[in-house]
Design a protein around this ligand. Structure first.
Ligand code: MRU
Length: 317
């Protein structure tokens, strides 16, 4: 992704370190987080310095490289950081295999990261075909370069359509409580793609007004039957899209498809801390007695999905 004329990735290796754009600080400040150990990586994933399923997977691959002397312990630590994104588990298992086969662990992690980037590029090429000139497109959370190292999943087709000079307009859901929609706005702003950030609960209003022609979202885990987990609020958007006959696409690489799960009821949903709800920018906005629940993801049944945009093509089933 290009930021102020300079190419960036969400994370990259530099000597013995792995550097991350610190996504907790965006868009108000652009800071780099440096990981030198597996614990630094585990912290970065858990505290959401890095986030988005494919990027978490790449971070975990580097975590395994740092922890290569004790692959079992390293795998257990990394797998305990966030439970929902399948990419994390896929990356850790791929790296365990590479380490078992005596491959150079940092080379294997770098190759893993490159594969993600290549796959997202292909998702962009394949997904662009569903975007027609003048379409207004809704996306939820941030499934952009920040979430995938580069290009994005849901945002990759938008980038490609824009490059091909298709006139598009993006509605970016704000995505309470972590406001990942602001990260999407940040990426679109730097790409010069016209957009508006909207409150999560405004999407239905725009759909009913026929102001949204298409929805594209990412995914954290896709079960064998096509049910998928994504950022909390995705399910509602899918239901309202169907009610309004708006095509709803899920963009994700193979590393997000979990071959072990029969359907979405088996997906573990992460519940995060109360502060994400009770605080904004570190400032408490609610009294201590307020009781909260904070599920980070929800599951959307496959019947709401028009198609799955992958690196191999678009699957309808
Ligand atoms: O909690 P997050 O920010 O890691 O959640 C991210 C999402 O839900 C994304 O939509 C998903 O990981 C796809 S990212 C290409």
């Amino acid at each position: 992704m290009k930021i102020d004329g300079k190419e960036y990735r969400a994370l990259w290796q530099e000597g013995q370190c792995v550097k991350f754009i610190d996504q907790r600080k965006l868009p108000t400040s652009f800071e780099i987080y440096t990981a030198r150990t597996i614990d630094d990586i585990a912290y970065a994933i858990n505290d959401m310095v890095v986030r988005g399923a494919p990027a978490i997977g790449a971070a975990a691959a580097y975590g395994m490289a740092f922890g290569r002397q004790n692959p079992k312990k390293s795998a257990d630590l990394l797998k305990s950081t966030r439970p929902t994104a399948y990419d994390l588990f896929y990356a850790v298992d791929s790296m365990t295999e590479a380490i078992d086969h005596d491959e150079n662990a940092f080379d294997a992690a770098a190759a893993y990261a490159e594969t993600i980037i290549t796959n997202c590029k292909k998702i962009g090429e394949n997904g662009e075909k569903v975007i027609k000139d003048s379409m207004k497109i809704l996306t939820h959370c941030n499934a952009g370069a920040l979430a995938t190292i580069d290009h994005g999943t849901a945002l990759a087709p938008l980038r490609n359509a824009h490059e091909k000079q298709k006139k598009i307009f993006i509605y970016a859901d704000e995505t309470r409580p972590r406001l990942q929609g602001l990260l999407t706005a940040w990426e679109l702003f730097h790409e010069g793609i016209p957009y508006a950030l909207i409150a999560d609960n405004a999407a239905g209003y725009f759909m009913r007004k026929k102001d949204i022609d298409l929805v594209i979202v990412g995914a954290d885990r896709i079960a064998k039957n096509g049910d998928f987990a994504n950022k909390i609020g995705t399910y509602e958007k899918a239901v309202v899209a169907k009610e309004n006959n708006i095509p709803f696409y899920v963009a994700a690489p193979a590393s997000t498809f979990d071959p072990h799960l029969r359907d979405g009821s088996q997906i573990i949903i992460e519940e995060r801390g109360r502060q994400e709800i009770t605080e904004i920018s570190g400032k408490n906005i609610m009294p201590d007695w307020v009781s909260v629940r904070n599920p980070a993801f929800d599951v959307t049944p496959k019947k709401y999905v028009t198609g799955y945009i992958t690196e191999e093509g678009i699957y309808k089933k």
